[in-house]
Design a protein around this ligand. Structure first.
Ligand SMILES: [Fe+2]
Length: 329
């Protein structure tokens, strides 16, 4: 029997073996839908419960029937993206209207509830950090009301601009999200695999090398999220691929398009409704859009990556750049 230090010496190999065996992607038709006091219909996507080795986050999709509202509850930070329908959310007593393509941020501990005011079902993608919070002993979920048919519309003051009383953005409409296209000059850069550029250099020398188009949600725009981010949409034009690169954990949910990604040498097929995992801390990957429409990948990353580990571990696990986006030849 070894002592604690022997355990530590073996820990890297052990966690790599665990990650190798872990699930890498899940599709809409594999979701196990459940009913909870909060959501009449909800299913986990990339989460420890579904076999993924995440950094303590979990993503889910939930559906609100027409004329219904979700429960009202409070927990840590949450990021939401509306994939279908229209309605509003009441967050800390203020009303934020939304429609397909809206991004929402729930601050840590804020009481919130969602209402479907449309004729059809409303759907949202959600990301939270319950597992990380439980590890730290700071997870506290409080259920204040149960989901059901809306019998009275809450009379809450409306936030017209999407900001709360503290000046933080909680809602961004689709039309408000900046769309940044890469230029033709950025295409086709190939880097020596033995001498990859650091991401900062790559971004400086060939701006927007990442994808054909980036749509920015929780990057700037006045959001003050820390624990997680739904940074936006990565888009590649029909029959093109993104740049090959390596970085820490990210979760990608496919809203549009069809193709595949090579993640750590493994081929991950995707189409609308697929959610897949880039495990980190330095996972090589590249996305290939094989369809006739632009791909739309909704990108989520944990706050402990963006605001903490990416910076302190940049020498040990640098964000590497091997190739810019290009046409598929
Ligand atoms: Fe990436």
């Amino acid at each position: 029997m070894g002592n604690f230090y022997d355990e530590l010496l073996g820990a890297w190999d052990k966690s790599n073996a665990t990650k190798l065996k872990a699930r890498k992607y899940i599709h809409e038709d594999e979701i196990e839908w459940v009913s909870t006091p909060q959501d009449e219909k909800v299913g986990l996507l990339v989460a420890p419960e579904t076999g993924f080795e995440t950094w303590g986050t979990e993503s889910a999709v939930a559906e609100i029937a027409p004329g219904w509202n979700t429960g009202k509850h409070a927990h840590g930070e949450e990021g939401l993206y509306i994939t279908q329908g229209e309605g509003f959310s009441v967050i800390s007593g203020k009303r934020y209207d939304w429609a397909k393509g809206t991004t929402l941020w729930v601050p840590f501990g804020a009481e919130h509830q969602h209402f479907n005011t449309g004729d059809g079902p409303a759907r949202y993608y959600s990301v939270t950090c319950s597992h990380l919070e439980q590890f730290l002993g700071i997870f506290k979920l409080e259920q204040l009301e149960t989901c059901g048919p809306t019998d009275n519309i809450v009379d809450a003051p409306v936030s017209a601009d999407g900001f709360d009383d503290k000046g933080r953005r909680l809602r961004l409409w689709w039309d408000e999200a900046p769309q940044v296209r890469s230029s033709e000059d950025d295409r086709g850069l190939k880097q020596d695999p033995d001498a990859p550029l650091l991401a900062d250099e790559a971004f400086d020398t060939t701006m927007s090398t990442h994808h054909s188009l980036m749509i920015h949600f929780m990057r700037g725009n006045g959001f003050q999220n820390k624990e997680l981010e739904i940074s936006g949409i990565l888009s590649d034009d029909p029959h093109t691929h993104g740049g090959r690169h390596a970085h820490m954990e990210a979760i990608l949910y496919i809203l549009q398009g069809e193709g595949y990604s090579i993640v750590d040498g493994e081929k991950i097929p995707w189409r609308q409704g697929t959610c897949f995992h880039v495990q980190g801390p330095q996972t090589m990957h590249q996305h290939f859009n094989e369809s006739d429409v632009a791909s739309h990948m909704l990108r989520t990353a944990p706050g402990i990556r963006m605001n903490f580990f990416q910076e302190i571990a940049e020498e040990r696990f640098p964000y590497l750049w091997f190739e810019s986006h290009d046409h598929i030849h």
